[in-house]
Design a protein around this ligand. Structure first.
Ligand code: PGA
Length: 250
């Protein structure tokens, strides 16, 4: 059985002090949770988030990671820097990075592999835009993005990564994929993993849904056979809402 994994993506929200406050509020609320809990915080808030999360089951993630170990890459942060700061997960290829910062499938692959090499678990985001779904290209697109992101990884590495299926039209819009849509597309992603890395890898890899996941829709989504967790933006900025998502079974 795959352990449920609920990750918050705070995006460009919360200062270091606010991060510590939010985690302090979250801690008691997720104490007994069955799910793995992750908060992906802005880079400058990582030290205070790590400190605040100490002694709890909350893990701290980054929102991106560069693929080189060091060098002339102004504004970027290496995997080793994140590891040393106490980070264990890193989002890679979020649609906002692809849309606003020109990330490509090739750089997403490099970033994911650099993360793994340093001992970070990448949370690799894939997902179709509205017109791609309307034109019937969802399955092709998510299959392509997934295989490009995993390219060159070993079966063991593929088993350890997290994939987040995030339909772009559902992010921050209040529109959610239906339980069935999300389950079906995640099934397509798992099939692509099975065909290229084997059934064992496909059974082990955890695939989240993301895109307006909220306390009121988490239950239905998490009841689906293929959905192993969520990547939560807006609702992760409230300790109460995020905790309700983490504790989705209650
Ligand atoms: P949302 O964001 O929950 O605000 O839709 C999800 C994400 O971008 O990861």
């Amino acid at each position: 059985m795959r352990k449920p994994i609920i990750a918050g993506n705070w995006k460009m929200n919360k200062t270091p002090a606010e991060a510590a406050e939010l985690i302090a509020a979250l801690k008691p609320l997720v104490k007994g949770a069955e799910a793995q809990v992750i908060v992906c915080v802005p880079a400058v808030a990582i030290p205070s988030a790590v400190k605040a999360a100490k002694g709890s089951r909350i893990k701290v993630g980054a929102q991106n990671v560069h693929y080189e170990a060091s060098g002339a890459f102004t504004g970027e942060i290496s995997a080793q820097m994140l590891v040393e700061a106490g980070v264990t997960y890193a989002i890679v290829g979020h649609s906002e990075r692809r849309q606003y910062f020109a990330e490509t499938d090739a750089t997403v692959n490099l970033r994911a592999r650099a993360a793994l090499k340093a001992g970070l678990i990448p949370i690799i985001c894939v997902g179709e835009k509205k017109e791609e779904r309307e034109n019937g290209y969802t399955d092709i697109l998510v299959t392509y993005q997934t295989l490009m992101a995993l390219h060159g990884m070993t079966e063991e590495e593929v088993k350890s990564v997290i994939i987040a299926y995030e339909p772009v039209w559902a992010i921050g819009t209040g529109l959610t994929a239906t339980d069935e849509q999300a389950n079906e597309t995640i099934g397509v992603i798992r099939k692509a993993v099975a065909e290229n890395y084997g059934r064992r890898a496909a059974n082990a890899v955890r695939i989240q849904y993301g895109g307006s996941m909220k306390p009121n829709n988490v239950k239905g989504l998490m009841a689906q056979s293929e959905i192993d967790g969520g990547l939560i933006g807006g609702a992760s900025l409230s300790a109460e809402d995020f905790a309700r998502i983490v504790n989705f079974r209650e």
